[in-house]
Design a protein around this ligand. Structure first.
Ligand code: GLY
Length: 402
């Protein structure tokens, strides 16, 4: 096992440029949160029949998700929304559909259907770890453990990282890690907790520290992806897949970092991860436009480029998680609380499909993959999930599925 070290002091802290923007206390009432959740539930109800045996596509067309089989990296975001809906309403209709979908995830992992990538973390955390934590479902537990066993086969010992995509021998993908993977690691921490076997945790810990060291740049922005030589462990180069340019900062990547590093902190208790999370969050906040919802790449701070509301929702969840981890004396803690609430209010007021009957998405104006012309200025199912999670976090002391 590699003994990875990283040093958060090597990353610069910009501080918060416009401290007045997020320095003033921002309140949100329970009424407001319940109204916003009411809209989410209405949209879920509208799609519940359609998305029982099938799942929403990753992104919409004209705000409408088509139904797909359980084959994408994104299908669990819908199941996760059903578990959130069950938690906040206690209505069995959500649990029934979610449990049906757990069986689909069980078959998917048993039959190895489109699971040759690191996103089994997203898939099995939100569908099955959630089911196990909420209801003790043993099929869900076993399926999630099988997914964790599959995920660790992507680990390169010398490089100390999990390869993101593709076959482990594919020269184009070999040794490539991506910032998004931070969100796949909780599956491994959970697997160690329930089995007592520390190997999952050690792999996750090694990976997150390598990501901290190489994916996060000196100025606290992030590469989307980074290549390591898996045979020697030598760091090679960073580049982008979904961002504007190799040296720009893809907004959703930064948001995956803002949420993913604090999640690893919770499990491995390495304070440097929190120091890093603050720096990358400040970088993000310093590039938000007036309405607090980021452009799809942080190289853009004004003008006509598309926003990515899904990145905004992920960042809001990340900051709310950071608020739970930071001491009251931390100078940035209140900024993150205020910024998260401002983002959530802005999403609710200007980015939801509340009055659009045909739409089965919830958040508008997300971008899946601009360069690939996929899901540009559409709803993305993970954006809907994280928006809902952010509201549930404001409603109650939410116990994480992550
Ligand atoms: N994890 C892939 C994406 O964020 O688009």
């Amino acid at each position: 096992m590699s003994n990875v070290r990283f040093d958060a002091t090597e990353v610069r802290d910009e501080g918060i440029f416009q401290s007045a923007k997020y320095g003033k206390s921002e309140k949100i009432t329970r009424d407001y949160v319940e109204t916003a959740i009411g809209h989410v539930l209405k949209k879920i109800d509208q799609s519940l029949n359609q998305f029982t045996d099938q799942f929403p596509a990753p992104s919409s067309n004209n705000q409408v998700y088509k139904a797909i089989d359980n084959v994408e990296w994104t299908t669990s975001f819908w199941t996760g929304m059903l578990w959130l809906a069950y938690e906040v309403t206690n209505d069995e209709k959500y649990r029934r559909v979610a449990e049906k979908q757990v069986q689909s995830f069980k078959e998917r992992i048993e039959n190895r259907v489109s699971v040759n990538h690191h996103d089994v973390g997203f898939l099995y955390t939100l569908s099955c770890v959630s089911a196990f934590k909420l209801t003790g479902n043993s099929d869900a537990k076993n399926a999630a453990l099988e997914a964790a066993d599959l995920l660790i086969t992507r680990y390169f010992e010398k490089a100390g990282i999990l390869q993101a995509w593709g076959d482990l021998k594919d020269p184009k993908q070999r040794g490539r890690m991506i910032i998004d993977c931070n969100m796949n690691l909780p599956l491994l921490y959970w697997a160690s907790e329930v089995t007592g076997d520390q190997k999952y945790r050690e792999i996750a810990s090694s990976h997150v520290k390598q990501a901290a060291k190489y994916i996060v740049r000196e100025d606290a922005s992030t590469f989307h992806t980074f290549y390591m030589d898996p045979d020697t462990g030598v760091p090679l180069k960073g580049d982008t897949h979904q961002g504007f340019a190799d040296d720009s900062c893809w907004a959703r990547g930064q948001a995956w970092g803002m949420y993913g590093f604090p999640l690893s902190y919770k499990y491995i208790n390495d304070w440097d991860l929190m120091e890093l999370s603050k720096k990358i969050s400040n970088y993000f906040l310093n590039r938000l436009p007036e309405d607090h919802v980021c452009y799809w790449d942080l190289i853009f701070t004004e003008g006509e480029e598309e926003r990515d509301s899904s990145a905004a929702a992920i960042a809001a969840c990340g900051m709310l998680e950071m608020v739970k981890c930071l001491p009251l004396s931390d100078p940035y803690r209140d900024y993150y609380q205020n910024a998260a609430i401002k983002i959530i209010k802005s999403l609710h007021q200007n980015y939801t499909t509340e009055v659009e009957g045909e739409a089965n998405g919830i958040l508008k104006h997300a971008v899946y993959y601009k360069g690939g012309n996929m899901g540009v200025d559409e709803s993305c199912i993970w954006g809907d999930y994280y928006y809902f999670e952010s509201l549930v976090r404001l409603l109650k002391d939410w116990k994480l599925y992550w």
